[in-house]
Design a protein around this ligand. Structure first.
Ligand code: GAL
Length: 415
């Protein structure tokens, strides 16, 4: 059954290009290397390899997350050695490559399969559309605004399950006294994610959009922002800089193993809990908006297909895009990935507590905000990330210093 409707879509996609004599090895670059991510990407690979025609998924995983993978992928496409398909995030990641005419125009397939009617929220397909043409297939919705807790750690410590970040900050001394890290964290973009989540959670959606979308410097340095940085100061004092770990999934596994009580991370963390066979609401909790405000962003993943001269590769690209957005693959992939399906017409009977919470929140457009990659250029994000990481590793940088430095960057940043 899984394959029948995938098959139909793929065969349909084939009709759009001359059916090649040869099967293709389709190299796919992505940065999905953690346990949960690997389990999810295997759904795509197996589903593609099972399609008729003998095309093969050649895995081009790049370790070190997006910040490491993106420049490598962009350089390969610009350097004339493109993969057959590549992951990017919704937003500005691929603007240059599309503008340079290096990416396949997916409009015929998107029109034939009516992606416009399928994809929700519409912003995710709009993000793939330039001058009326569709250049990528969105495959999921990921949100960054989650706190993950190990329920047993709180029970063993004689503490109630935290309802939000404030409860965790209050519990920190008791947890530390028991040799438990209150909050695990990884360095680099995970610190940016943590700070953005707290800015939304404590400052509210309007403040967040004023700062990062409108570049409102008065808001970025005003009383509401100062309150956010006060909480950030309390959070950094909960985290011993020596305990910062290299990768996001290392920090999540500290919660899974009970060495840490909580972690703030996108819902891709859910993939790690399911590989560890932990059950949402029983073994671990997931608090959207850090338990403050029911707000989630529309991050996630999209796949682009670089132009090439080989009709077999082009045919395989269309089949792959069609497979990735097909109903059964959307369910199987997203259940493992921890994300939400990009189409609303799928059967989510198998959805767990966290997925149900995410779906509920996304029903109301007022609860949705764009991801930081949809609001800022990569260079701006990197500059801010450097200040934010210094703030968490060098306690001599005051909250006021950090707040002002970030306001200066935003003042001069391209929109
Ligand atoms: C994000 C990506 C997610 C997730 C995360 C951690 O950029 O959208 O799918 O896997 O990186 O690697």
């Amino acid at each position: 059954m899984l394959m029948k409707s995938v098959l139909l879509g793929a065969v349909g996609a084939l009709a759009l290009v001359a059916s090649p004599a040869m099967a293709a090895n389709c190299e796919v670059t992505h940065w999905w290397t953690s346990a949960g991510e690997s389990a999810a990407v295997k759904v795509f690979a197996d589903s593609f390899d099972a399609l008729p025609g003998g095309d093969k998924w050649v895995d081009g995983a790049i370790g070190g997350s997006g910040d490491t993978a993106r420049p490598i992928i962009i350089a390969r496409v610009q350097g004339g050695n493109p993969p057959c398909a590549t992951q990017f995030n919704p937003g500005h990641d691929s603007d240059e490559l599309v503008a340079a005419g290096l990416m396949q125009d997916m409009t015929p397939l998107a029109t034939k399969e009516n992606w416009k009617a399928l994809v929700r929220p519409p912003s995710q397909l709009e993000g793939c559309t330039k001058d009326g043409k569709v250049y990528c297939v969105p495959v999921n919705l990921h949100s960054a605004q989650w706190m993950w807790t190990n329920r047993k750690v709180f029970t063993d410590a004689g503490l109630p399950q935290p309802k939000n970040l404030d409860d965790l900050i209050a519990d920190a001394p008791k947890l530390k006294a028991k040799g438990i890290m209150p909050l695990s964290a990884a360095q680099g973009w995970p610190i940016t994610l943590l700070i953005n989540d707290i800015t939304v959670g404590v400052g509210g959606l309007d403040l967040y959009l004023k700062i990062y979308k409108d570049r409102d410097i008065a808001a970025a340095t005003g009383p509401a922002s100062q309150k956010v940085w006060k909480t950030l100061d309390a959070v950094r004092n909960m985290i011993d800089p020596k305990t910062l770990v290299p990768q996001w999934n290392d920090a999540v596994s500290l919660v899974i193993t009970g060495k840490a009580a909580a972690n703030i991370m996108g819902d891709w963390a859910r993939g790690e809990f399911s590989v560890a066979k932990m059950v949402a609401g029983k073994d671990y909790d997931c608090l959207p908006g850090l338990g403050f405000a029911q707000i989630l962003d529309t991050g996630g993943d999209v796949f682009f297909f670089p132009k090439n001269k080989d009709p077999a590769i082009t045919a395989a690209q269309m089949k792959m895009a069609s497979m990735m957005i097909s109903k059964p693959v959307q369910v199987a992939f997203n259940l493992k990935k921890g994300s939400l399906p990009i189409r609303a017409d799928v059967d989510l009977a198998a959805a767990d507590d966290c997925m149900k919470k995410g779906l509920k929140i996304l029903e109301n457009p007022k609860n949705i905000l764009p991801s930081n990659r949809q609001m800022m250029q990569a260079d701006t994000i990197n500059q801010i990330q450097d200040v934010q990481n210094t703030f968490f590793t060098d306690l001599k940088m005051t909250p006021d210093d950090a707040m002002k430095k970030i306001a200066d960057i935003l003042k001069n940043a391209p929109k």
